[in-house]
Design a protein around this ligand. Structure first.
Ligand SMILES: NC(=O)c1ccc[n+]([C@@H]2O[C@H](COP(=O)([O-])OP(=O)(O)OC[C@H]3O[C@@H](n4cnc5c(N)ncnc54)[C@H](O)[C@@H]3O)[C@@H](O)[C@H]2O)c1
Length: 340
């Protein structure tokens, strides 16, 4: 676990990021990116980023969730060790949330943990995944079950990089922004006033940063960031949805379960303002049905379960006022069955 108390969050173009990277007090950079970003940004990476007199160990991981496996973890970490590293080497992860989860676990475990930084490239990572130091790979039993808390020293965000992000990934990022619209009055008001996406990104990232500062290890306040994720993670697996879209449906499902009609109206308003209403038109369980036991099986394996019989749920009283409540899994199951 990182002993550092906070990451430095900076919004900079790639060229400026290079200066910060050069200034890192280490003679060795371990640079990890994914195959998509390498294909798109190879020249920029070589010329604008890691053209340096430091020793550079480079690793290109498979894009997306495919990198978050034991096999990829082993290949990557053994390669780095084989290249010769010391504990003052600094790892730089350039990519979306899957890539930084993966590379962060390498940083957390290599030689018992080395310092690292993230260049965050997807919308979802800019507003959420790159902040807060949660690093993980997946288990065959569920997502992110093998991991640690290891704060990066720097999170660098160049929102220009979103110009190459595929539309489906933009939608996923917007799904995660829906979460922040309910957690933060400021984010909601930015969305309502149709301010520039760059400012919305900054506000979401800063909101998460503040929450993490208060509670890195998720013993209390940080749990609010799991809003929409209890069912979101289950829907992601069951219906093969992108992370952010699954989270948005996880939020909608919670409002349905708890008869929150007014919040359902706000959900419709926010998704329309963010222009994701078309992609979120009808819930996946309406066509495909919802296997309550299967969904609860995923929910049970998720990390929000505090013991074998109950679960911490995040509810929203009103915008900007989340509440954590413990609920017996049997009671939750009854509610779910009543809804089907
Ligand atoms: N650690 C956390 O706190 C946290 C929080 C939320 C989500 N997550 C994790 O994040 C992952 C989802 O995040 P994601 O969607 O960013 O993951 P991702 O890394 O898989 O990125 C999505 C896709 O977009 C591509 N991409 C990224 N940036 C690009 C760019 N600028 N141009 C072109 N293509 C680009 C990637 O190659 C990939 O194919 C999940 O694994 C989820 O579990 C982690």
């Amino acid at each position: 676990m990182s002993s550092q108390i906070q990451s430095k969050l900076s919004f900079l173009p790639l060229k400026e990021i290079k200066k910060s990277l050069q200034a890192i007090d280490s003679d060795t950079i371990i640079f990890i990116t994914d195959s998509n970003l390498w294909d798109l940004y190879r020249d920029k990476i070589n010329l604008e980023l890691i053209e340096t007199d430091k020793k550079v160990i480079r690793w290109i991981a498979p894009a997306g969730e495919l990198c978050k496996t034991f096999g990829e973890y082993e290949k990557c970490i053994e390669y780095i060790i084989g290249q010769g590293v010391h504990r003052n080497a600094h790892l730089v992860a350039m990519g979306g949330g899957a890539l930084s989860d993966f590379a962060g676990l390498i940083a957390a475990t290599l030689l018992r943990g080395i310092n690292w930084s993230i260049i965050s490239t997807s919308l979802l990572a800019m507003v959420d995944a790159s902040i807060g130091g949660k690093v993980a790979i997946n288990s065959k039993f569920g997502k992110n079950l093998i991991g640690n808390f290891h704060l990066p020293q720097n999170v660098w965000i160049d929102s220009q990089m979103l110009s190459t992000l595929p539309k489906v990934e933009v939608t996923s990022g917007l799904g995660e922004i829906v979460k922040y619209a309910f957690l933060s009055k400021e984010v909601y008001s930015f969305i309502e006033n149709k301010v520039d996406l760059g400012l919305v990104i900054k506000e979401c990232a800063s909101f998460k940063q503040l929450v993490v500062e208060e509670d890195l290890l998720e013993s209390k306040k940080r749990k609010i960031l799991n809003f929409g994720h209890t069912f979101g993670h289950a829907f992601e697996r069951i219906y093969d949805l992108s992370h952010g879209v699954a989270v948005a449906w996880g939020i909608y499902y919670m409002f349905k379960l708890f008869d929150e009609d007014q919040l359902l109206e706000t959900f419709a308003k926010v998704t329309k303002l963010l222009k994701v209403n078309e992609q979120l038109q009808s819930p996946p369980w309406e066509h495909k049905g919802l296997d309550v036991d299967l969904a609860l099986d995923y929910v049970g394996k998720d990390k929000k379960v505090s013991d074998n019989k109950s679960i911490d749920l995040v509810l929203i009283d009103t915008i900007g006022v989340p509440r954590i409540t413990k609920m017996a899994i049997d009671d939750l199951k009854c509610k779910m069955i009543n809804l089907t």
